[in-house]
Design a protein around this ligand. Structure first.
Ligand code: GLU
Length: 460
């Protein structure tokens, strides 16, 4: 028996030193890429027991290979503004891992975009996409272009210039972009149009998140927000809890947030707050979704305008203040690192029971520790927000077969996929000795699928 324990200890020690050694190399090689290193660290933390049990992954250099993107493309995006002035932005596409399918992931337009942000998003996307159970690899793209305050014509010219370069690297079996922050139906329409014009063919599967009238899928708009609530609902039900009658805070007011609010309300929750980059709304009667949708989807306006129609509600400047509102369930659906350690402690102090990440990496590593140490049910982004990309893959399937499914068919599949991700993450956490820890569970479940495909395909 002592022999067995020693063998096990020895394997764990080896695995641990392997993970540490690769992490050190990654840190040296990507010294300035803070967000990318954060995403790598989070995954690496979970993987020691996997390497202890599967030493063949060490021999195959899986970790060294998986942290290095298969390809990084960086390009100039010149365009002319409405006053005739020449502007230049930087465009990116990271094709991170294609071992289980064509690269798949959104495009983000936001002034904060740089190589680190795109690489962290692309890295997360590998495991998120694997978790969906669909044949999609990990990729991500974007630009430091700021769509805020730009006219429609400026947006169109920018998208056309961006796609003129990107078109060389994508294709329905190669790399399939979609939306993310700052890229919605309008931008996807302009980019798809330019791609079609350059190629002279109608390759509908080259982009997802398209309008329903030209190859888009019903339910794609709602998918990330609905999927996040389905996932959290599953997690709550496992502990005898539910959305019904609970108070919920949902940050952001974009596509993810709006549809998370819609589904949470449908499940009987009272959503009392949402936000944008300027500040947040607190409406103790519950957010009026019609007003919010009109403000954001039709007028493309700021959230502070909400109080004009609902004078009893309050608008407060500074979006991070939203986490001081007492709630049972918090769904961060805005952006990376929006919950730091201090905000996490505040949520815990106010008795939050569950946190579900609708955005990508919205909690810092310290914030995650606070949630886990205090037994808050925690649904990590790469599992909880996988609904968007999952329905993107359903869009690809519809495009390939040239048929379209109705809303209920798509929504039912989304529910099933979110349930499977939850079950697989719970099971992996249990199997590897961390029962109930969905961070570890989802990292391991996603990783093993990709690692096995990489092993079989040889050293590439
Ligand atoms: N940008 C979304 C995400 O972070 C969706 C990607 C997609 O549909 O390809 O997963």
């Amino acid at each position: 028996m002592a022999m067995v324990i020693n063998m096990k200890d020895e394997r764990l020690r080896k695995a641990n030193s392997y993970v540490n050694k690769v992490y050190e190399e990654v840190t040296k090689r990507n010294a300035n890429e803070v967000e990318f290193l954060q995403a790598v660290k989070e995954i690496f933390h979970s993987l020691t027991p996997v390497f202890a049990r599967n030493p063949q992954y060490i021999e195959n250099g899986i970790l060294e290979r998986i942290v290095e993107p298969e390809r990084v493309i960086s390009f100039r995006v010149p365009w002319v503004d409405d006053y005739g002035k020449v502007k230049v932005n930087r465009g990116f596409r990271v094709q991170f891992n294609g071992s289980i399918g064509p690269y798949k992931g959104g495009i983000r337009f936001h002034p904060s975009v740089n190589a680190s942000i795109i690489k962290f998003l692309g890295f997360e996307q590998i495991f998120k996409n694997a978790l969906t159970g669909q044949a999609i690899g990990g990729g991500k793209g974007g630009s430091d272009f700021d769509p805020k305050g730009k006219s429609d014509a400026e947006i169109m010219r920018f998208c056309q210039s961006f796609m003129t370069e990107l078109s060389k690297y994508i294709g329905s079996d190669v790399d399939v972009p979609a939306g993310d922050i700052g890229v919605g139906a309008r931008e996807i329409g302009y980019m798809f149009g330019q791609y079609r014009r350059l190629r002279g063919n109608f390759d509908s599967g080259v982009f997802t998140g398209k309008g329903v009238g030209y190859g888009g899928s019903l339910g794609r708009t709602e998918a990330t927000g609905y999927g996040c609530v389905y996932f959290v609902n599953e997690m709550l039900q496992d502990r005898g809890l539910s959305f019904e009658g609970s108070t919920v805070v949902i940050s952001g007011s974009g596509n993810v947030s709006i549809y998370a609010i819609e589904k949470a309300q449908e499940f009987g929750a009272k959503v009392v707050a949402c936000s944008d980059s300027g500040g947040y709304i607190y409406d103790e009667k519950g957010i009026c979704l019609d007003t919010l949708k009109h403000l954001k989807e039709v007028e493309r306006n700021r959230i502070c305008e909400y109080v004009k129609e609902h004078p009893h509600a309050q608008y407060r400047e500074g979006s991070e203040g939203i986490w001081s509102i007492p709630c049972d369930i918090a769904l961060p659906c805005a952006t990376q690192n929006e919950i730091d350690e201090e905000s996490a402690k505040l949520l815990v102090k106010n008795n939050v029971k569950a946190v579900g990440e609708g955005a990508n990496m919205p909690s810092t590593l310290d914030a995650i520790d606070v949630f886990l140490e205090n037994n808050v049910l925690f649904a990590p982004g790469k599992a909880a927000n996988a609904g968007g990309v999952a329905v993107s893959a359903l869009e690809m399937a519809q495009n390939s077969s040239r048929i379209s499914w109705d809303f209920e068919q798509v929504d039912e599949q989304l529910k099933q996929i979110m349930m499977n991700i939850y079950r697989n993450s719970v099971q992996a956490a249990e199997e590897y000795g961390e029962p109930g820890n969905l961070v570890v569970g989802s990292n391991i479940a996603g990783f093993i699928k990709v690692a096995d495909a990489m092993m079989i395909q040889g050293i590439i």
